[in-house]
Design a protein around this ligand. Structure first.
Ligand code: SF4
Ligand code: SF4
Length: 285
């Protein structure tokens, strides 16, 4: 079995809708599917699935605190912190730690010559497990106001099951959380829309996947007369377009009712063909 990440250069392309429908197509094929929602600032896969919540686990990171009795105010911790999260005021014998800037790298803790730094836990989010039928879903939630999504993503990905088909929903864009969602994936699916903005963001996502040396294909959502803008780019870059979801009123109706479009033809066949194409690509790797 395998791990596939679905991503899009921009928000609003219908990435999550494609993932959910592919999940149902994969369920018809394999029986069980494992879903991992790594779009931790706005996880919504389980809303589409209407998963029944089963359990929750907290995500904590380690952040430093300074023991004033041991500290000599040498300033080494401030120097080694690449994120400016520690300020040492030697003349006033004071220190400040900015928890929001701390990346929990542990450098200050390791480098303090006086062992004056100790670590405490800080909660930054949670993972919620849910299920529906034979779909299992782990959704990562980053606490409002927190900036470090990567530790939550890493914790969600600990739930990848080796002998299952695993589908990861990444956040939109090409930033650090997307990189961490994609790492370890066997294959990636880029969902785009046939607009100039869609093309621009698709190009960024393609550049990222090439840097990460990941195999990928493209699906055009809201496909129609404007597809040529994506077709021309993919042809010039030798990128396979393995599916087109039409821009149709019926899809919008099903979507607005929270239904999966896979229930109806011709959409069922479209998704089955996309899944076949994905599995063929994975087999060739
Ligand atoms: S490295 Fe240790 S001793 Fe030096 S200022 Fe930081 S906490 Fe104090
Ligand atoms: S753990 Fe790392 S990021 Fe946080 S304060 Fe220490 S050196 Fe800076």
């Amino acid at each position: 079995m395998s791990v596939m990440t679905i991503l899009s250069g921009k928000g609003g392309t219908g990435k999550t809708t494609v993932l959910v429908n592919l999940a149902y197509a994969a369920k018809d094929r394999f029986g069980k599917v494992n879903l991992l929602d790594c779009d931790v600032e706005a996880p919504n896969v389980d809303l589409f699935i209407q998963a029944k919540p089963e359990s929750t686990e907290q995500v904590d990171i380690k952040i430093p605190r300074i023991d004033s009795d041991k500290c000599t105010y040498c300033g080494i911790c401030q120097e080694v912190c690449e994120f400016n999260a520690i300020v040492i005021m030697k003349s006033k014998k004071k220190h400040m730690i900015f928890d929001e800037l701390c990346h929990s790298c542990g450098a200050c803790f390791e480098m303090c010559p006086e062992n004056a730094i100790f670590e405490i836990d800080k909660n930054i989010g949670k993972i919620r497990k849910g299920s529906r039928d034979t779909l299992t879903i782990y959704s990562g939630f980053l606490k409002v106001g927190e900036m470090l999504g990567v530790p939550v993503i890493k914790k969600v990905k600990q739930h990848i099951v080796k002998d299952m088909f695993n589908l990861i929903d990444s956040s939109p864009g090409t930033s650090c959380p997307v990189v961490h969602s994609v790492l370890g994936s066997d294959f990636c699916l880029l969902v785009t829309e046939p607009t100039p903005f869609g093309l621009y963001d698709l190009q960024l996502a393609v550049d990222l996947l090439r840097v990460l040396k990941k195999d990928f294909s493209v699906v055009i959502n809201k496909s129609g007369a404007n597809d040529k803008i994506i077709d021309a780019y993919c042809k010039s870059e030798d990128i396979a377009i393995i599916g087109r979801i039409p821009f149709e009123k019926r899809i919008a109706e099903l979507y607005s009712k929270g239904d999966i479009i896979l229930k109806e033809e011709p959409y069922k066949k479209i998704y089955k063909d996309i899944l076949d194409n994905i599995l063929n690509r994975i087999e060739q790797l």
